[in-house]
Design a binder for this molecule. Structure first.
Ligand SMILES: [Zn+2]
Length: 256
């Protein structure tokens, strides 16, 4: 993608989750890709103009990349955006549920971008450690599980991985987030265990192809309601509860 140039941009509708910015296609045309980056679940394409193309797949979005300069001969009705690139390639954004997101952000606006500037550290980066997690959870009265889903605490931990990490760390999803830190915000042992568990769960997920979903056998708690707990020596069984409208799976016996 780096050094590729936007030759033509086709928008098949005026919006995804939100409207496309004004002159979206015109501002992209003839721009060269300087850098491709990711922040949480946002894909950032820095352009030669200084603008950054910010994209999010939403719930059901996907990119299809094909060699050649013309869009799929038979466009799917959910092919909403087509980028024709040179050297010759066509990138099609397909999104049946239209929760995807695309924006063009100027260099100056990027630092103050409403969503991106508030994102916490990437979980697998060295910036994310027990001290950082504890500081973010200090004084937080929300549950630990809800705190892990907060992109300002740590970027890009999904619902499934939050449950899995808490189980590995032996921490209840219902305890207050503040309980992993001292009053001053220093990490307790639980913050150290949770940080290690988050990294381990994500590394495992990458090792099996980016998602546990293709390999359900590897989940310890997710969608295992009623099954026995896999923690060594634990005789508990997995329960499901709902927190902020999302399912949480956990073992009430070994997760404290
Ligand atoms: Zn257990």
């Amino acid at each position: 993608m780096q050094d590729a140039r936007f030759e033509r941009v086709l928008l098949r509708r005026p919006d995804l989750r939100t409207s496309f910015p004004r002159k979206f296609a015109a501002r992209l045309r003839t721009q060269t890709v300087v850098r491709v980056d990711r922040r949480g679940k946002y894909l950032l394409i820095e352009l030669s103009s200084g603008d950054t193309l910010v994209m999010h797949l939403g719930m059901s979005g996907s990119f299809n990349v094909e060699a050649g300069s013309s869009a799929r001969a038979e466009a799917d009705k959910h092919d909403h955006v087509v980028f024709e690139m040179s050297p010759s390639a066509t990138i099609t954004f397909n999104d049946p549920r239209r929760f995807g997101f695309m924006d063009l952000v100027t260099r100056k606006a990027m630092a103050g971008h409403a969503t991106l500037s508030k994102l916490g550290p990437e979980p697998l980066s060295p910036d994310f450690d027990a001290a950082v997690l504890a500081r973010a959870c200090k004084g937080k009265k929300t549950s630990l599980k809800v705190a892990l889903l907060d992109q300002r605490v740590v970027a890009g931990i999904g619902n499934i991985y939050a449950s899995e990490a808490l189980h590995r760390a032996g921490l209840s999803p219902r305890r207050k987030a503040s309980t992993i830190a001292t009053r001053g915000g220093a990490p307790l042992d639980s913050a150290v265990r949770l940080t290690a568990a988050i990294k381990a769960v994500l590394i495992d997920a990458i090792d099996c192809g980016g998602s546990y979903a293709a390999d359900g056998g590897r989940f310890r708690v997710y969608e295992r309601e009623g099954n026995h707990c896999l923690t060594k020596g634990c005789r508990g069984s997995i329960k499901r509860i709902t927190q902020i409208g999302r399912s949480t799976f956990f073992c009430p016996v070994c997760q404290k």
